[in-house]
Ligand binder design. Structure first.
Ligand SMILES: Cc1cc2nc3c(=O)[nH]c(=O)nc-3n(C[C@H](O)[C@H](O)[C@H](O)COP(=O)(O)OP(=O)(O)OC[C@H]3O[C@@H](n4cnc5c(N)ncnc54)[C@H](O)[C@@H]3O)c2cc1C
Length: 380
């Protein structure tokens, strides 16, 4: 399997789903059959290194091809694409390796994770918590060890996209007696949501945007989880991981812009000679915003794998979040009031693109990170 073969398989799958796009966009829940179909064509391999039978070579060579697939998928089903984007981004926490000094057992732990993804299991994350502003390092959840090597975790988590579909959920908690939080992995396969195994769904996702992502909220009470094999060392590698995450989420929103621009063009083209001056201006401005978003996306892509990726991705993701909201509003102005109809995709797309500003790192945290550049002492 290579990216070209996977892309061909995905194109075929998308072609069968395209006729159904309006119904998909109106969905409030995921369909397991979609994930089975995507796993069959090899999409779970996007989060598995080539050394383990997957497709991932490194950030510089693999992030852009994966993002292209997510972008295509988002054009036909944004919620599905956002949940799928969690898989390669979560697995970055295992793909990224320290240069030296991995603890005993790391290789075996890592091999086990990739074997599961390679065999078609989906990975997601339920790391966010209410009241920490998307800053996973500020977690209030705790974990304590068991003699058998497992851990049990307690805390409140929300917005776990793909809940009920993914086999494994990455999460974050502070190990008892340690100063720093760490990454843990929840095997969801034999765990109910009623509290019998400690996991209770406390609120079902009711998002207006990304409505079908099943991003539910859960209470964890001593839930069995596995600790990340680097035993706290993964946080030193965050500068390599976080730019990839912001880039992949941006790819999903670019896919919505692709679909919205094409659909608006098709619709406006039918009455191009009768458009009012306002409608013409709205169309031109929306196109300009989409063009700028594309430049930001390409800038992010070029910077991946370089030392400046962190700041570039923060700027790019903020820019795409703002431009996509403006562009969807502009397309709606150009199209007229019917774009608000539930039978038009534009109302749902307008809500979907709003997700980018909240996805990790959310706007407030992005601003805080960028401000560090202003307050950091100037280099001599
Ligand atoms: C569609 C969608 C899907 C998502 N999917 C996932 C997922 O699969 N997994 C996952 O883990 N998360 C997911 N998230 C959550 C996302 O990553 C952010 O964690 C979440 O949006 C932040 O929530 P909030 O803005 O309500 O922050 P809250 O924590 O509720 O804070 C609200 C506001 O308080 C302020 N604030 C609070 N604490 C701080 C602080 N420490 N520093 C600075 N400001 C602070 C900020 O202004 C913040 O905006 C998803 C979000 C969306 C919208």
């Amino acid at each position: 399997m290579d990216f070209a073969t996977l892309e061909k398989g995905l194109d075929g799958q998308i072609a069968t789903w395209s006729a159904d796009r309006s119904a998909r966009i109106a969905r409030l829940a995921l369909d397991k059959a979609d994930f089975d179909a995507l796993a069959r064509i090899g999409l779970t391999l996007t989060g598995v290194p080539v050394s383990h039978g997957g497709l991932w070579i490194d950030v510089a060579q693999s992030a852009a091809p994966v993002a292209r697939l997510l972008r295509k998928l988002a054009a036909v089903d944004p919620s599905l694409a956002l949940v799928v984007s969690m898989h390669p981004t979560v697995l970055m926490f295992w793909i990224t390796e320290p240069n030296a000094g991995a603890p005993a057992g790391w290789k075996q732990h890592r091999d086990g994770v990739f074997e599961k993804a390679r065999s078609g299991h989906w990975f997601g994350t339920v790391a966010s918590e209410p009241g920490i502003g998307g800053d996973i390092l500020a977690t209030r959840s705790t974990a304590k060890p068991h003699a058998e090597g497992d851990w049990s975790m307690s805390g409140d988590k929300f917005m776990g996209s793909g809940s009920g579909i993914t086999s494994f959920m990455m999460t974050i908690a502070r190990p008892e007696g340690e100063p720093q939080p760490d990454v843990f992995l929840l095997d969801t396969r034999d765990i109910g949501w009623e509290g019998a195994e400690g996991l209770k769904m406390v609120r079902a996702w009711d998002g207006l945007g990304m409505a079908a992502t099943q991003s539910h909220a859960f209470r964890f009470d001593d839930v069995r989880v596995a600790r990340h094999g680097l035993q706290g060392g993964i946080f030193d590698l965050l500068p390599q991981i976080t730019p990839v995450i912001g880039f992949m989420f941006s790819a999903v929103i670019m896919g919505i812009l692709d679909a919205a621009e094409a659909e608006a063009k098709r619709s406006l083209g039918k009455r191009a000679s009768r458009l009012s001056a306002f409608e013409q201006t709205s169309w031109i401005e929306a196109q300009m915003q989409i063009w700028l978003a594309q430049q930001a996306f390409e800038g992010m892509s070029r910077s991946l794998g370089t030392g400046s990726a962190g700041t570039n991705v923060l700027h790019g993701k903020l820019a795409i979040a703002d431009l996509s909201e403006k562009a969807l509003a502009g397309l709606s102005h150009a199209l007229g009031g019917s774009s608000l109809s539930r039978s038009s995709p534009f109302g749902q797309w307008m809500q979907d693109v709003r997700a980018l500003g909240y996805l990790r790192p959310p706007r407030a945290l992005t601003h805080a990170r960028l401000l560090e550049g202003l307050t950091a002492p100037a280099r001599a």
